[in-house]
Design a protein around this ligand. Sequence first.
Ligand code: ZN
Length: 337
Amino acid sequence: MALLAALCCGCAANPAPDEAAAQLPPPGSSAPPSDAAPSSSAPPDPAAVGANELGQVPILMYHRLVERPSSVYDRTPAAFRAELERLAAEGYVPVTTAEYATGKIDLPAGAHPVVLTFDDGDATQFALGPDGAPVPGTAIAILLDVAARHPGFRPVASLYVNAGPFGSPDGAALRWLRDHGFEIGNHTRDHTNLASADERGVQEAIAAGQREIQRAVPDYRVSTLALPFGAIPSNGALALRGGSDGTSYEYACVLMVGAGPAPSPFAADFDPTTTPRIRSQDPTGEDARYGSAVWLDQLAAAPAQRYTSDGVPDRISYPASAGLTPAPHFTDRAVAY
Ligand SMILES: [Zn+2]
């Protein structure tokens, strides 16, 4: 992981963006996904759909969408659209980081959760046009377009912002995101390297980022953090909870940068202080083995490794043969088959 921490986050090369904030859609507020499984009055049979709710979840990481990528963190709009189309075709349904980390993964039987995350508040991710709608060609506009053509594919994502995101200093962009069910996450106000800050500095950086978001969206509850540069503070617990200057924070999950799929939030190995992500990337090139194309291939080839929903929100189904262990506080809901 040290290698990945060192090479990760094109954030370093990108200017820090503007402000932030969004709110989780209320549970059940999204249209029920319809691609993945037929509805039925009887609870779906976990074995029939290969349910594995202790399996792994890809949390994909994006930075800029540009026609001419200048770093491994850039993607072209066409590559981004193709990746979303692939996810939809393979039965993935987006959930936000907060939904993932709190186990609010209410998907049809057979569907797989995926988390789409965007760092740095770049205007190629999202911007509002004069008509008040997302600018065509931005990542969010593309996501909305793909979701419109795949009704089960929820148009949700988690956007991790610094001060002044999306070229929208009045906060209108953040309010739009909040109003449309997207999650606004903290990426610190100034894109601070938390590994080189002292304990007071870690909390100041995180609290300041949260204040920036809440300045634009006052009632918004920020619930997850993405570490700038993937750099973990020496006291990792301070990334999850702390406070400074009258602002306290407590997060459900802290995202790193590399370098593989994340554990199920119901699994014994889920650690909210160091949750891994996967950089969106073609199957070839620099460190492609850590990238999304390679990992999505691997998850497709190993169904027992991947999180597959059983279609019943309160039941955590998993194959007894998979050698997986539920976290102690979920054992009463976990059912091996
Ligand atoms: Zn960043």
